[in-house]
Ligand binder design. Structure first.
Ligand SMILES: NC(=O)c1ccc[n+]([C@@H]2O[C@H](COP(=O)([O-])OP(=O)(O)OC[C@H]3O[C@@H](n4cnc5c(N)ncnc54)[C@H](OP(=O)(O)O)[C@@H]3O)[C@@H](O)[C@H]2O)c1
Length: 253
């Protein structure tokens, strides 16, 4: 337990599972008061219980980041409940079923952009409005190596939505630096969540696939994902703005 984030309020979207849950737990261990948000309350409650068992402070709130009013209400709730918002991790994301661009259904593409790209923009919008009126803050958006740094056949919609998150982060970083707001992107490759499993693949088969695929011979752990988010949210990365931090076991090296 360290106190890097003592006195800070951190919001983590998608905090009921995977990278978001690990990030929420890590923030709380380092002293932050954490709010986890997503659509499924059971999973959010589980994250809060994990943090509380660990001696940390957390609460949860439901949100669908595809709905503007819900995102606005989420930021208001965090501020009313905990007295501010210092750190926002826009991690919620959606991976559609694989489809080549010639087969991709328009509504699937739209949904992918709606959640990953517009959902991240919408979240930033309300976070920034609060932060710039209250002396600044830090935003970390979770993109992906897919799209900006490598391509996977069948993941064109997802890749486009994730590459655009990094672009959006650069714009936001420039626009709000003078308001004391730092915005950066984390771009992971395969991390240890169901999202990185191929169709019908077991976690054990993924371990074998990773040996031949990644220079490091393995996928990333949730703790490694969380540590990278915390670095981007910490004063240690204070001179980094609009950066796109790739953590990928060397696959794009
Ligand atoms: N795992 C990987 O290999 C990998 C690699 C690169 C990037 N990423 C990115 O990392 C982030 C976290 O992914 P993960 O691997 O931890 O997968 P995950 O466990 O499926 O996490 C996604 C989270 O987003 C939430 N979410 C989805 N749609 C939402 C919506 N409309 N509104 C609010 N919350 C929503 C989900 O909660 P609810 O369903 O309860 O809403 C879930 O908690 C994603 O942005 C993903 O694209 C993952």
């Amino acid at each position: 337990m360290t106190d890097r984030f003592t006195g800070k309020v951190a919001l983590v979207t998608g905090g009921g599972s995977g990278i978001g849950r690990a990030t929420a737990v890590a923030f709380a261990r380092e002293g932050a008061t954490v709010v986890v948000a997503g659509r499924t309350s059971d999973r959010l409650v589980e994250t809060v219980e994990l943090i509380e068992k660990d001696g940390g402070e957390a609460s949860w709130a439901t949100v669908d980041i595809a709905v503007e009013a819900e995102v606005e209400a989420l930021v208001r709730t965090v501020v009313e409940r905990h007295g501010g918002l210092d750190i926002a991790v826009n991690n919620a994301g959606y991976l559609p079923e694989p489809a080549g661009l010639a087969e991709l259904a328009e509504d699937v593409f739209e949904r992918t952009l709606q959640i990953n790209l517009l959902g991240t923009w919408r979240s930033m919008k309300h976070e920034i409005r609060h932060m710039r009126a209250h002396g600044g803050g830090v935003i970390v958006n979770v993109g992906s190596v897919v799209g900006a740094h490598l391509t996977i056949p069948g993941a064109g919609a997802y890749g486009a939505s994730k590459a655009a998150i990094a672009a959006l982060g650069r714009s936001a970083a420039r626009e709000y630096a003078a308001d004391g707001i730092r915005v950066n992107t984390l771009s992971p490759s395969s991390m240890d969540t169901p999202m990185s499993l191929l169709e019908n693949e077991t976690p054990e088969e993924r371990v074998e696939r990773a040996k031949g695929m990644f220079p490091l011979g393995r996928i990333g752990s949730l703790e490694e994902g969380a540590a990278a988010v915390l670095y981007l949210a910490s004063p240690e990365s204070g001179f980094a703005l609009g950066h796109d931090l790739v953590i990928d076991g060397g696959i794009t090296a």
